[in-house]
Structure formats: structure tokens, C-alpha cells
Design a protein around this ligand. Structure first.
Ligand code: PGA
Length: 246
């Protein structure tokens, strides 16, 4: 089972072509000079997959996308299939991010269908779960996350092709994070709750992971990496986060 930590940068709807030089090649160069025993993935918007993929080619750095269709190829204007992502040399796809759930009405059922499509195409899925409200009591919070996992995981999920990202929605982009104890507790709960076929899958933390808190969060027991939004857009910050996982 691969328990090497994974640091994945989710650019969201940010970026320009020039970032391939300023950010991607910069990180690549820094990691060549100072390598870390960490898996690293870039998840840029669809239009930049080709350029980012080209910049990563020949390295161990991986490419990921931020979403995929639940359908295979066909008359689905505007959609992107998992097969296309694989064709573009993606290894990972993020599905069920809270911004997809909120702004595109994605349900756990749809996310499970996307997971089937992604696995069929040979992609490793990073599936996001997390409660919305910081003030939620632990019992409610735990029940919500368990239910998201129960409904979002499809039968083809196993510990290699599926990664869980615990991302409390209130922590995303807010500068707030749960306490270390709360992170450890939730990761333990998720690990214990995973069905047998998925047991041992990596569990990432996401939500305001920054250069200055990454080393602490990434060394907590049960934290197998990070899904990083805002701080993945800054070369030096992203490198520090990767270093924190190493
Ligand atoms: P953030 O986003 O690091 O900007 O909080 C994390 C995410 O949404 O994956």
C-alpha cells in the first residue's frame, strides 16, 4: 500500500499559460535541487493540462484534473471525460470538491458515478468530504462525513485508486483550520469507517494549508498528505508545503 504522502495543488479556476514557466517549472527545478520523499501533483484548470503535463514530463511529478464527467464520450457538450484526462496523461482527478457540490449541485450519487468513470479510465480519484459548519458538534460532523463517504464511494474503489480528502468547508480559503486534535480524530474516524476494500487508502487534509502550518498538519498521525488550494498558486509556499510533508 502506497502511504507516501501526497501534496496536491488544486489551482481551482486560477492560472494563465505563463504560470507553467513561473510556477510549474519553478517547483520542478526546486525539487530537482532538493528532492523530498513525497508525491506531488498539480491540478490546473482543463485548458492548461497539456502545458503543465509537458512541463512535468520526465519527472515523478504528477498531473491531475479538478473534475470529470460521469459519462463516457458522446454528445455531452462542455463535458470532459475521464478517458480524455487519462489521454492527457493525468494520473489523478479530484471529484466531489465542496465547490462542485455547492455551485454545481453535485450529490454523493453523482460523485459515485464520476468515480466509476474515473476508475474505468485508470485514474486515481481524490474524493473530497467535509462538514460545512465550524460550529457543528462532533456527533453531527462525524455523521455527515461518514454519510458522504458511504454514498460517494463506488464498488470499484480500492486503497490504490482512491484517496479521501477531508476538507472542512469552513476551513477552505478562510485561513481557519480545525485544531490538530480534531484533524487527528477525524482522520482516525475516516480510516476506521472505510470499507474493507478501501482500508489503508491515503487520507489527505485540505483547508487553509499554508507554508507556516503545513509541517505541523502533515506530520499529524493519520494525515497522508494535503490538498492545497490558495497556497499552491505561490511557488515558494507550495515548495515549503511539500518540504513539510517530507
Ligand atoms: P485552500 O483550498 O487551501 O485555499 O483553503 C483547499 C481546497 O479547496 O482544496
Amino acid at each position: 500500500m502506497n502511504k507516501r504522502k501526497l501534496v496536491a495543488g488544486n489551482w481551482k479556476m486560477n492560472g494563465r499559460r505563463e504560470w507553467v514557466d513561473s510556477l510549474v517549472r519553478g517547483v520542478r527545478q526546486a525539487l530537482t535541487e532538493q528532492p523530498y520523499d513525497v508525491d506531488v501533483a498539480f491540478c490546473p484548470p482543463f485548458p492548461y493540462l497539456f502545458d503543465v503535463g509537458a512541463a512535468l514530463s520526465g519527472t515523478a511529478l504528477k498531473l491531475g484534473a479538478q473534475d470529470c464527467s460521469e459519462r463516457t464520450d458522446g454528445a455531452f457538450t462542455g463535458d470532459i471525460s475521464a478517458t480524455m484526462l487519462r489521454d492527457m496523461a493525468c494520473d489523478y482527478v479530484i471529484i466531489g470538491h465542496s465547490e462542485r457540490r455547492e455551485f454545481h449541485g453535485e450529490t454523493n450519487q453523482l460523485i459515485a458515478s464520476k468515480m466509476v468513470a474515473a476508475h474505468k479510465a485508470g485514474l486515481t480519484v481524490i474524493v473530497c468530504v467535509g462538514e460545512k459548519d465550524a460550529k457543528m458538534d462532533a456527533t453531527t460532523r462525524n455523521a455527515i462525513v461518514k454519510e458522504q463517504i458511504r454514498q460517494s464511494l463506488c464498488d470499484s474503489a480500492d486503497a490504490q485508486n482512491t484517496i479521501i480528502a477531508y476538507e472542512p468547508v469552513w476551513a477552505i480559503g478562510s485561513g481557519l483550520t480545525p485544531t490538530n486534535d480534531d484533524i487527528v480524530t477525524m482522520h482516525g474516524l475516516i480510516a476506521g469507517f472505510l470499507p474493507l476494500s478501501v482500508k489503508g487508502a491515503r487520507i489527505l487534509y485540505g483547508g487553509s494549508v499554508k507554508a507556516d502550518n503545513a509541517a505541523t498538519i502533515l506530520q499529524l498521525p493519520g494525515v497522508d498528505g494535503a490538498l492545497v488550494g490558495g497556497a499552491s498558486l505561490k511557488k515558494d509556499d507550495f515548495i515549503k508545503i511539500i518540504a513539510g510533508a517530507g
